[in-house]
Ligand binder design. Structure first.
Ligand code: E4P
Length: 219
C-alpha cells in the first residue's frame, strides 16, 4: 500500500520523506489556503517545491468547475512537472474532463467521492486514482470504510485499474483498516502516519534493553 501525505506544508512533507515511507502528496485548495499560498505564481511555485521534495505523485486540484476551464487549468498543471496528477472533482463536467485527460495521457485523481456509484463513474472515465473521503463519511454517521470495501469489490469484479486512494484518513486505525481491505493508497496527515510507530511495549522494551546493557557494562 502506498502512503501519501495530505498536506501542503513543506516541513511536514520533508519529515515524512525523511522517514522513508512517503510515496506521494495530495493537496487541495483548503490545504493550500491553510499554508497561506495564494495567487497563481505562488501556487505554481509551491507545487514545484513539493515535487522537489518527493519523487512520488503530487495531486494538484483544479479550481474551475466547467469542462473547458478544467481542461485548460489541468493541462497547465500537468505541464508543471511530470509528477503532477490533476485532481478533478466528481461532478458531471469533471467526469468528462477526466475522460479527456485520460485520452491525452494526463493522470488524474477524482476527488470528493462519497459513493460506490461515483467511484464506478471515475473508473469508467479512466481516472488514475479515485479518492473516497472516509473521515467525512464517518463524520455524518456513515461507515466510510464500508465504501472502501464496496469500491474494492466493484473494481476487482471488472479489473478496473483505477487505484483506490483512501482520503480524509484521520487516524492510524483508518490506515490499518484500509490496508486490510486492500486500498491501493492512503493519504493522511503526518500525525496519523507517525502514530503507526507508537506502542508502549516498544518504548518499555527499548528502555529495558538499554538499561540492562548499561548495567552489564558497569555504567
Ligand atoms: C483528499 O485528497 C483530501 O485532500 C483530504 O483527504 C480531505 O481530508 P479532510 O476530510 O480531513 O479535510
Amino acid at each position: 500500500m502506498k502512503f501519501f501525505i495530505d498536506t501542503a506544508n513543506l516541513a511536514q512533507i520533508k519529515e515524512a520523506h525523511e522517514m522513508g515511507v512517503l510515496d506521494g502528496v495530495t493537496t487541495n485548495p483548503s490545504l493550500m489556503a491553510k499554508e497561506g499560498i495564494t495567487g497563481d505564481e505562488n501556487v505554481i511555485n509551491h507545487y514545484k517545491a513539493i515535487c522537489e521534495i518527493t519523487d512520488g505523485d503530487v495531486s494538484a486540484e483544479v479550481i474551475s468547475t466547467t469542462f473547458d476551464e478544467m481542461v485548460a487549468e489541468g493541462e497547465a498543471l500537468a505541464k508543471l512537472h511530470e509528477q503532477i496528477v490533476v485532481k478533478v472533482p466528481m461532478i458531471k463536467d469533471g467526469v468528462k474532463a477526466i475522460k479527456y485527460f485520460t485520452s491525452k495521457g494526463i493522470r488524474t485523481n477524482c476527488t470528493l467521492v462519497f459513493s460506490a456509484g461515483q467511484a464506478l463513474l471515475a473508473a469508467k472515465a479512466g481516472a488514475t486514482y479515485v479518492s473516497p473521503f472516509v473521515g467525512r463519511l464517518d463524520d455524518v454517521a456513515t461507515d466510510g470504510m464500508q465504501l472502501i470495501e464496496d469500491i474494492r469489490l466493484i473494481y476487482d469484479n471488472y479489473g478496473y485499474e483505477t487505484q483506490i486512494l483512501a482520503a480524509s484518513v484521520r487516524h492510524p486505525m483508518h490506515i490499518i483498516q484500509c490496508a486490510k481491505i486492500g486500498a491501493d493508497v492512503i493519504t493522511a496527515p503526518l500525525s496519523a502516519i507517525a502514530a503507526l510507530l507508537k506502542h508502549p511495549l516498544t518504548d518499555n522494551g527499548l528502555a529495558q534493553f538499554l538499561a540492562d546493557h548499561a548495567k552489564a557494562a558497569g555504567k
